[in-house]
Ligand binder design. Sequence first.
Ligand code: NAP
Length: 266
Amino acid sequence: MDKLGVLVAGAYGRMGREVVKAVVAQADLQLVGVVDQAGAGEDIGEICGLGELGIKVETDLPAALKKKTAAVMVDFTTPLTVMDNIKAALAAGVHAVVGTTGLTAENLEEIEDLAVRTGKGVIVAPNFALGAVLMMRFAQEAAKYFPDVEIIELHHDRKIDAPSGTALKTAELIAAGRTAEPGSRPAPLEKINGARGGEYLGTKIHSVRLPGLIAHQEVIFGGQGQTLTIRHDSLDRSSFMPGVLLAVRKAPSVKGLIYGLDALID
Ligand code: NAP
């Protein structure tokens, strides 16, 4: 059986290292390249605590893609670089699995268009943890009965974007699930600017950033005399790996854009 070649962009980062470890542990996948701006020339196995793998960190993604050994690029980089990376993968005829958050609706439209034109698959998921996908589904269902809701998302202190991609996606699903308009719930005396959070599609979102956290979210619905809280916690970055591996195996059979892990699990 031919192994599926995987290149990891952002391999030196926290998520990238997890992806490297997960890919090398799979019998049907082969790690064929790693790219990052940090750790240039170092062996990625040594960086990940796996011992020498003979695969060195490269800094030039288009050059790494041109070697034509990768079928799928996995990207966990930064919101500032992810679009260029996706374009480079599609230009090289390589499918992409993207976990980097911060992509806008316009970015997604552009990716869809490029993926369709090149006949390649791009799977973008703001959250690859199965529990988070279920949290979002349950939130959409609950919104049918409870239009008034706020989201508190909590992440480690080095996360660049706020609110999280998961919080935005949850708010979109809630908006799609509502059958009644939410109340306005104003704070006529907001004593500190931003105390009521940011608003997206009728849902207030509050972003907490602290050392010690990984990725967590609470969706709190309020109704007459009751509240309903749906909470998900990623306690370790390995929680994202089953979803990433599912997407890597699926990507070669996709043409165009798939957004969200939920589209892959039914
Ligand atoms: P991180 O530790 O900062 O890792 C990002 C890595 O990408 C860094 O090593 C960075 O290098 C590198 N990089 C920057 N520009 C690059 C480029 N042009 N090509 C290749 N590599 C490049 O961040 P993280 O915690 O791993 O998170 C990465 C992304 O994944 C974030 O957007 C985060 O929100 C997202 N995330 C998604 C999920 C999900 O389930 N979808 C889960 C967790 C995190 P420098 O440090 O030198 O810039």
